[in-house]
Design a protein around this ligand. Sequence first.
Ligand SMILES: NC(=O)c1ccc[n+]([C@@H]2O[C@H](COP(=O)([O-])OP(=O)(O)OC[C@H]3O[C@@H](n4cnc5c(N)ncnc54)[C@H](OP(=O)(O)O)[C@@H]3O)[C@@H](O)[C@H]2O)c1
Length: 319
Amino acid sequence: MVMASMRILIVGCGYVGLALGGRLSSSGAEVLGLRRQGDPDGALAAAGIRAVRGDLTRPEDLEAIPGDFDAVVCAVSSSRGGAEVYREVYLGGAKNLVAWARHRRVGRLVSVSSTSVYSQTDGSWVTEDSPAEPPGQTGQLLVATEAVFTEADRSGLVSTQIVRVGGIYGPGRGHLFQQFVAGQARRDPSQGQGQGRWINMIHRDDVASALEAVMLRGEGGRIYNAVDDEPVLQGRFLQFLADQTGLPLPPPADPTEGPSTRKRGTTHKRVSNRRLREELGWNPRFPTYREGYAAAIAALVANPGAVSPSSAEGPMMAP
Ligand SMILES: NC(=O)c1ccc[n+]([C@@H]2O[C@H](COP(=O)([O-])OP(=O)(O)OC[C@H]3O[C@@H](n4cnc5c(N)ncnc54)[C@H](OP(=O)(O)O)[C@@H]3O)[C@@H](O)[C@H]2O)c1
C-alpha cells in the first residue's frame, strides 16, 4: 500500500505517468511529474501531480529538482523518434538518472521498458528469463538502457526494477482499433495459421497498477513483464471487433505492401505475466481485451459517428 508520506517522482509524466501519478496521489503520496513542457493543459495538476518542467537529457534539470524520493519511476518516451532519440532520451537519460541518484536518497528506481525487446518469431511463450536479443537498433538501445539500471542495482548504487510493458491501449490511445474503425486495418495471414501474429496488450490503468506493485514490492535488480492474461492473434482480435461492432472484417493485407499494420515489427510471441501476478500479487482490472475494450465498443455501437481518438474517454486501441 502507498504510504501517505511517500514522495515519488515520475520522469516523463505522459499517458502512463499521468495515470500512475493520479493513482499514487489519490492514495495520499506527494507526486512530482517531470516533463519538458511542464503542464500545458493542466492535466497533471488535475491529477494531483506537481509539474516540474525539465529535460531528462539535461543533468542540470535533474539537479534542480528539490529533495529526496522514496521512489522514482521513469516512464519517458521517445516521442515517436528513431534510434538517435532512443540513444539520447532512453540510454542517455538512464545514465543521467543513475548519476543523479548517486547523491540523492532514492529508495528505488523503476524503469519502463518494452516487450519489444523479445524478438521471438515462433509463437512461443516468453518470460523474463527468455532471450532478449532484438535485431534492430532501437531494440538494442532499449536493452542497453535496461543494462544501465540493472548495473546500478548490482553495484549497490540504487535499487532498480525494469518493467517490460506490452502494447498499451486505453482512452484515446492505440493503433489497431483506430485503424479498424477507420476501415484501414488489414489482416495479416502470414503467421499464426492464417490469423496473423500474436499481440500482447495491456490497458493503461493496469500499467499504472503494475508499476505501483513493482515500486512497492518489487525485488531489486528484477525484471517484470506487464501484459494482460491473454495474448491474441491479430486476426482473431479483428474478428472480435467485427463481431462486437457490426463493422466489416478488414480484408487481408496485400503481401506486396509490407508490414504497415505491424507497428511492433514482425515478432510473433506470447508474453507471460506470471511473475508479476505470482510474485507481486498483481491483479489486472482488465484481464483481457474483452473487458478492456467493452466501454469503447459500447460507445462505438451507441454512437458510431462520435468516436474521436483524441477524446479523453475516447476509443481504446491496440498496438
Ligand atoms: N505505447 C505503447 O504501446 C508502449 C508499449 C511498451 C512500452 N511503452 C513505453 O511506456 C513508456 C510511457 O509511454 P507513454 O505512452 O506514457 O508515453 P508518452 O505519453 O509519450 O509520455 C512520455 C512523456 O515523456 C515526456 N518526455 C519525453 N522526452 C522527455 C525528456 N527528454 N525529458 C523529460 N520528459 C520527457 C513527454 O512530455 P514532454 O514532451 O513534455 O517532455 C511525455 O509526457 C515509454 O517508455 C514507452 O516507450 C509504451
